[in-house]
Write a protein that binds this ligand. Sequence first.
Ligand SMILES: *Cc1c(COP(=O)(O)O)cnc(C)c1O
Length: 454
Amino acid sequence: MGKDLSRLPAVEKILQAIGTHEQLPRPVVLASVREEIADLRNNEEEIPPFEEVVQQIDRKLATLSRTRLVAVINGTGVLIHTNLGRSPLPNRSAERLTEIATSYNNLELDLNTGERGKRAGFLEHSLAHLCGAEAATTVNNCASALVLILRHFVRAGRHRVIISRSQLVEIGGGFRIPDILLASGATLHEIGTTNKTTLADYREAISEETAMILKVHQSNFFMGGFVENAQTTELSTLAREKGIPFCEDLGSGAVVNTEEFGPVEHEPTPAEIIDQGVDLVCFSGDKLLGGPQAGIIAGRSDLVAGIKKEPFYRALRCDKLILSMLEEVTTSYLKGNTDVPLLNMLATPMEALRERAEKIISSISELSAELTIGEGESRIGGGTMPKSAIPSITLDIKPEKMSLSAIAKRLRYGKKPVVGYTSDKLYRIDLRTVFTWQDDDLAEAIRAAFSPAT
Ligand SMILES: *Cc1c(COP(=O)(O)O)cnc(C)c1O
């Protein structure tokens, strides 16, 4: 093929012509440029003019830059948004994190004796209190907590895990309870029907091969109508009678009465479930608890001790950074401090949101769009409390010259990315999930999205 390779631009020339791409290290930029030149050499097409090549590389580098972890303004109204990093942490946890992260610490040193100490001893003690449990420990996330619990109880000859058909759920992101069971070496022993599983179903299922009874909180869906499930208290009595461990995966793990914070239902707390006689519970650190990503296991001290001896425990344990933040969150709750971003957002009254909306709108003038105050619904999200629909206030944008997807893109591409949602031919930003201290940035982002310069 007669391709004119003399038109192939030199690396140096391109490097001088492209934008700054501040966030990208030079070796990364260099590799991208070389890759592009190699593509131009090897593909079938003619080599485009120099400016076009530069533009193409700039676009690629900008795309790459946007994959870097940055703070995002959450206008979706979803409080625990998995794509947006789930729960934001309280400032004081971040301060603790900085303190522990940037110096040495007593992670495994007992300051009382000067000898080797128990890792996360204080945290485990506090968590046990918070859950009304004999003992507690932590791992990377709730998924690994569940795997660890399963692996602890599943043995050759005792491998069947009893679970109701109504709880064979998919949590999200391909996390399916039956798959987790199988991957943990368990045999699924499903009982009952989708809508009805009785105590007798459990009783009949128990055999010498039963490793444990598992309950899974139906986090992200709910059933109505002809629905019946064996009571947890009855089940724990049965389990104890038969000497079978009984565990519950709670998923979100609220440690406060959620209904006292906003118009949402009561989410069962670990303490309530343990009080009903369940041997072990597990739940996430970064859902309703409002802490860092972690999986918390709480319950009988002999079982928690056994789990901590599992070889896999060592592979799944939390690092000092997570431990420092979780310790802060846990002790705060124990001190009665519920000043947690998630709970504050849930509790924010409509009037306060409306005032903020008015302020933001009055600070923006001459927009080539209609900007009005709307009423929407926030959700808890994160695969929890699917019934929740919390009245909220939105900024509704109706662009004059742009499509809704174009405005969405401009807001995402901004210096401080904003993510809202589209509905009823409007681009909407729910203020419940926007921090008050972000209001000025939000106003600036909206202005910038409509300014011709961007
Ligand atoms: C969210 C959830 C999980 C997974 O929790 P991670 O902390 O994300 O691993 C497991 N089980 C239930 C019931 C959940 O809701």
